[in-house]
Design a protein around this ligand. Structure first.
Ligand SMILES: C[S@@+](CC[C@H](N)C(=O)[O-])C[C@H]1O[C@@H](n2cnc3c(N)ncnc32)[C@H](O)[C@@H]1O
Length: 386
C-alpha cells in the first residue's frame, strides 16, 4: 500500500494525467513508454523532475549515495584529484540532485589543494537547480565562487572530470515484451475510465533492430512473455558527452549490470522501479508526476557507445569495490570523535554492503587522453563481463 496523495498532490497528478491523455488522443491512443516516461518525469512545470515535490532525501521519495553520506563525495574526490592534477581544468556534474555531491567534493579537494578551475552543474530540473543553489550558497566563499550552472553542455572542449550519479537511470527507456519469438513494443494506452495501462504495439525499426542484435530474430533465447527495458537514449547521451571531453575522465555511477546479467532469462519482468516516499514498487501508472521512475543501466550499452565515441572504458566495478579502493574505511577511522565515527561507520555500511547499495550500484570510468591507473578500480575489474 502506498501512502495517499494529499489534495494538492492529487490535483497536480491529475494535471499530469490529463497531459498524458491529451497526447494519447493526438497520437491515436498509444504512446511508447519512452514518451510516457519523458512526459511524467520532465514535462515543463508538471513532470516529477520539473515540478516542486521533495524527490531526494530522507523526507523525499528516495535517498541517493551522496544524500546518504558525505563519504561518497570524499571518495569520488579522491578519484578526481589525480586527474585534475594531470589535466587541470574543471568538473562538470550532470543532474546534481540537491548539491550534496558537489559540496562534499569541493570540500575534500580543497583539503587536498587541488580545486578545479570551476565546478559546473548541468541540471534539467529548475526545482533541483534552486535547491542546489540554496545548498551551495552555504559553502565558504572561495569554494562557492567556483560553482556555476550551465544551460547546456559546454561548447569549448573540457579538460578534467564529468560526473553523473544516478542520471543514466533517469533517462526515458523503451519497454518490450517477447512473445512467440516476436518483439512487442510495450507502450501505454488508456484502460477503463481515466486509468492508464501497458499496451503492446508494433516495434519501430530502432527497437526491432536493437532487440534482434541482442536476442536474435526470432528471439527464442528468452522465455515467452519476457518483459524488459532498453535505453535507446543512453548511446547518443554518451556520444554527446564524449564530444565535450577533450582530456580526462567521465565517472558514471548507477544501478546497473553488464548485458548478460541484465537480460538474464530469470529476470522476466525487467528492472523498472518507481519510488514514492521511500517505497519502491513497479507500477508506473499511479501517482503520475509525483513519483520517480527509473530503470537499471545496461553498462554494456554504455561501454559500446563509449567505444564508438573514441573513449576508453578504463574501469568498471561495484560501488563497494570503488569506495573501498578509495579509502572509505580510512575516512571513517579518521573521524574526530566516537559519535561521528559511529555515524560514519553506519553510513559506510549502507554504501558498501552487498544487500544495500554496494553491489547493485556500479561505477564506470570512461577516459580520453588519460592513461594513468585509476585508484578507484584497483580492487576489482569487472570489464571482462561487459
Ligand atoms: C536520481 S536524481 C540523482 C541526483 C544526484 N545525482 C544524486 O545522486 O543525488 C537524477 C538527476 O538527474 C537529473 N537529470 C535527468 N536527466 C538529465 C539530463 N539529461 N541531463 C542532466 N541531468 C539530468 C535530474 O533532474 C536529477 O537531478
Amino acid at each position: 500500500m502506498l501512502p495517499a496523495l494529499d489534495p494538492e498532490e492529487q490535483r497536480h497528478s491529475e494535471a499530469v494525467a490529463a497531459l498524458v491523455r491529451a497526447e494519447l488522443a493526438t497520437a491515436g491512443g498509444w504512446l511508447s513508454f519512452e514518451r510516457f516516461m519523458e512526459l511524467v518525469l520532465y514535462a515543463p512545470g508538471l513532470g516529477y523532475y520539473s515540478a516542486g515535490s521533495r524527490k531526494l532525501g530522507r523526507d523525499g521519495d528516495f535517498v541517493t549515495a551522496p544524500e546518504m553520506s558525505e563519504l561518497f563525495g570524499r571518495c569520488v574526490a579522491a578519484q578526481c584529484a589525480p586527474v585534475l592534477r594531470a589535466t587541470g581544468g574543471e568538473i562538470l556534474e550532470l543532474g546534481a540532485g540537491t548539491g550534496s555531491l558537489a559540496a562534499a567534493i569541493l570540500a575534500a579537494l580543497d583539503v587536498q589543494g587541488v580545486l578545479p578551475e570551476r565546478y559546473a552543474i548541468l541540471e534539467v530540473s529548475a526545482d533541483l537547480a534552486a535547491r542546489q543553489r540554496a545548498r551551495l550558497d552555504a559553502l565558504p566563499t572561495h569554494l562557492r565562487a567556483r560553482v556555476e550552472w550551465c544551460e547546456r553542455l559546454p561548447q569549448a572542449p573540457l579538460r578534467g572530470v564529468i560526473l553523473a550519479n544516478e542520471v543514466a537511470d533517469a533517462l526515458p527507456v523503451r519497454r518490450f515484451r517477447l512473445r512467440g519469438g516476436a518483439v512487442h513494443d510495450l507502450g501505454v494506452a488508456r484502460a477503463s475510465g481515466d486509468a492508464l495501462q501497458a499496451a503492446e504495439g508494433a516495434p519501430d525499426a530502432a527497437l526491432a533492430q536493437v532487440c534482434a542484435a541482442m536476442f536474435g530474430a526470432p528471439a527464442r533465447s528468452l522465455p515467452d512473455g519476457y518483459t524488459s527495458e532498453v535505453n535507446l537514449r543512453v548511446g547518443p547521451w554518451i556520444a554527446t558527452l564524449g564530444e565535450c571531453l577533450e582530456r580526462g575522465i567521465m565517472l558514471l555511477a548507477d544501478y546497473g549490470l553488464p548485458r548478460a546479467h541484465y537480460y538474464h532469462a530469470q529476470r522476466v519482468a525487467g528492472t523498472l522501479r518507481c519510488h514514492f516516499r521511500q517505497r519502491a514498487h513497479d507500477d508506473p501508472f499511479v501517482n503520475l508526476g509525483m513519483q520517480d521512475i527509473s530503470a537499471w543501466v545496461d553498462f554494456t550499452r554504455v561501454a559500446e557507445a563509449a567505444s564508438l565515441a573514441g573513449l576508453e572504458v578504463s574501469g568498471f566495478a561495484t560501488q563497494a569495490a570503488f569506495l573501498l579502493a578509495l579509502g572509505i574505511e580510512r575516512a571513517v577511522a579518521a573521524a574526530p570523535d566516537v559519535p561521528s565515527r559511529a555515524r560514519l561507520a553506519g553510513e559506510a555500511r549502507r554504501l558498501v554492503m552487498p544487500e544495500e547499495m554496494g553491489e547493485a550500484f556500479k561505477v564506470m570510468a570512461l577516459t580520453r587522453g588519460y592513461e594513468a591507473p585509476l585508484g578507484g578500480f584497483s580492487l576489482q575489474d569487472l570489464r571482462r563481463q561487459l
